[in-house]
Design a protein around this ligand. Structure first.
Ligand SMILES: NC(=O)c1ccc[n+]([C@@H]2O[C@H](COP(=O)([O-])OP(=O)(O)OC[C@H]3O[C@@H](n4cnc5c(N)ncnc54)[C@H](OP(=O)(O)O)[C@@H]3O)[C@@H](O)[C@H]2O)c1
Length: 293
């Protein structure tokens, strides 16, 4: 049922990988929500979802955040990963506090910690800490590596049958973003999910060679994983346009995987939703056409 009153839920990062799946999940549950977008004219797909109402907002513009947050009780907080992410998210938390928001569901990351050698894990920990200190209710979602990250290798997979990383034989309990979205939808609609931290993984830990094998089987043509040393990976990322800060961060992230720090299987998806997370085989089957030459 779609309620007619002004929506009390705000989704940020709504056009992105997790955010779009979250909007679909809320819409599918009959929830009325606002989706914050930078450019309403470019968010046609979101506007078509039943229950969705678009509101303009930019993490770099505090006034637009205050406006987007008027009347909101619960908000999903996600920015893309960048050197500005911490500052942008702290600006949002302050705007939410001032607007009287009750609860923030923050998309964080597996192993977020203030003393991590990985810059992404440090900034997520800093934002988590600020949300706790602000007195707002919180739910922190700490997902492992996204299966959908492979979509970024579409061209090299289609044209050369390869994808890259600097991870060796390390196993990672990677997760489908549709399961992260399901947890976020539960957290935004069920007050029992307040003040919880969910470690989110898929059902098994896989090496990148395992991933290549499973993807090959689903796509029906050979796909190989090419392991790079850290320096070559950074060079490749810079060549395809990643900013220096982000490329260095990804190298740190891969080193963290290589140390075996992301191979645990956690129960967060089932704890929050009652459903088991999707397997990589399921992801590969669902996205096989995307990778076919
Ligand atoms: N990739 C992984 O394996 C992984 C694992 C764990 C955690 N994470 C975390 O996941 C997050 C990224 O999630 P994602 O992949 O869903 O992101 P994404 O697909 O890159 O989407 C980013 C979203 O942020 C919006 N955005 C960017 N700049 C904005 C601004 N100035 N104001 C308002 N909105 C803005 C984008 O909107 P536009 O359409 O306007 O650009 C888009 O909707 C990061 O925090 C990362 O640390 C990633």
């Amino acid at each position: 049922m779609i309620q007619s009153a002004s929506p009390k839920i705000l989704v940020t990062g709504a056009t992105g990988s997790v955010g779009m799946e979250l909007c679909k999940a809320l819409s599918g549950r009959g929830v009325h929500f606002k989706a914050m977008v930078r450019a309403i004219s470019k968010a046609g797909d979101l506007a078509k979802l039943p229950g969705a109402e678009l509101v303009q907002g930019d993490f770099d513009d505090a006034g637009s955040l205050s406006n987007a947050l008027q009347g909101i009780e619960r908000s999903f907080l996600l920015t893309n990963s960048s050197e500005q992410a911490e500052e942008q998210q702290l600006r949002f938390v302050e705007a939410a506090r001032q607007a009287g928001v009750l609860h923030i569901v923050k998309l964080s990351q597996w192993a977020a910690s203030a003393d991590s050698p990985v810059r992404f894990l440090r900034y997520h920990a800093a934002v988590e800490e600020e949300i706790r200190e602000s007195g707002l209710r919180f739910t922190f979602l700490r997902p492992n590596l996204f299966m959908q990250g492979l979509l970024g290798f579409r061209d090299t997979i289609r044209n050369q049958g390869v994808f890259f990383g600097a991870v060796g034989d390390a196993r990672i309990s990677l997760i489908d973003v549709r399961d992260i979205a399901a947890v976020a939808a539960a957290a935004l609609t069920d007050p029992a999910q307040e003040d919880k931290i969910y470690n989110l993984t898929g059902p098994e830990a896989l090496s990148h060679n395992d991933i290549a094998e499973k993807l090959s089987a689903a796509v029906g043509s050979p796909i190989m994983f090419v392991n790079l040393d850290s320096r070559s990976l950074e060079k490749m990322l810079l060549e395809v346009g990643f900013p220096q800060w982000q490329a260095e961060g990804l190298v740190e992230d891969y080193a963290h995987y290589q140390r075996g720090e992301a191979d645990e299987v956690a129960s967060g998806v089932a704890d929050a939703t009652g459903n088991l997370p999707r397997s990589f085989d399921q992801f590969a089957k669902d996205y096989a056409d995307y990778f076919k030459a």
